[in-house]
Design a protein around this ligand. Structure first.
Ligand SMILES: [Ca+2]
Ligand SMILES: [Ca+2]
Length: 202
């Protein structure tokens, strides 16, 4: 009996230490970001295994569209990295919208609260200072957010999840979309770069 009693105090001490370390490392892991897409392989898919590409409201209308390509200009300065380049054109006699889509493969984002990405424009080609992004959960309703103040330098944009009012289920995310349209995009053709799309807990 005496022997086991003596062991209780050191045991509790150890237990407290283990719990403290557990809580600390747990909160650290929680603060880390989930990389959705860094594009650094210069190829598909994204970091979640999801496909992505350019889209066009009317592929038969040759006066509008978004061409996607990989650009060896990494937002975080990695000389071996890539970003995504979007050459958009919504200058058309017809209603025009197009952009970039990327699958999120049902990712559970419910432990995070912020969508972040890097964005810049190409000064020579011109670019819109306002760009619309959307998130969709599995119900597939687009939840839009307008990014403003895009410049020709990389800039980190962080959007709290509560700005995406139409997302009902953060446990199963379907898609991230960039939309160029003939209302928000000025000039109506230009070049935008996007990189390092993440979910994080801020
Ligand atoms: Ca990158
Ligand atoms: Ca055009």
């Amino acid at each position: 009996m005496m022997k086991s009693k003596k062991l209780v105090a050191p045991f509790l001490c150890m237990l407290t230490l283990v719990l403290a370390v557990g809580v600390l490392s747990g909160s650290q892991a929680f603060a880390e970001e989930l990389i959705v897409a860094d594009f650094d392989t210069g190829d598909k898919p994204n970091n979640l295994g999801g496909d992505f590409g350019g889209w066009d409201k009317d592929p038969n209308d040759e006066t509008q569209g978004t061409q996607m390509s990989f650009e060896p200009d990494d937002a975080l300065g990695d000389s071996a990295g890539y970003s995504i380049r979007l050459d958009y054109d919504v200058d058309s006699p017809n209603p025009a919208y197009n952009g970039f889509w990327m699958k999120l493969n049902g990712q559970d984002a419910s432990t995070y609260n912020t969508l972040s990405f890097y964005i810049k424009g190409n000064a020579e080609q011109g670019f819109s200072k306002r760009v619309k992004v959307e998130l969709k959960d599995k119900a597939n309703k687009p939840s839009p957010y307008i990014v403003s103040g895009v410049s020709d330098q990389w800039q980190k944009i962080s959007v709290p999840f509560d700005k995406f009012r139409r997302i009902e289920d953060w446990t199963s995310m379907n898609e991230f979309v960039v939309v160029f349209d003939d209302i928000n995009s000025s000039p109506k053709s230009g070049t935008i770069y996007i990189d390092h799309i993440t979910f994080s807990k801020e």
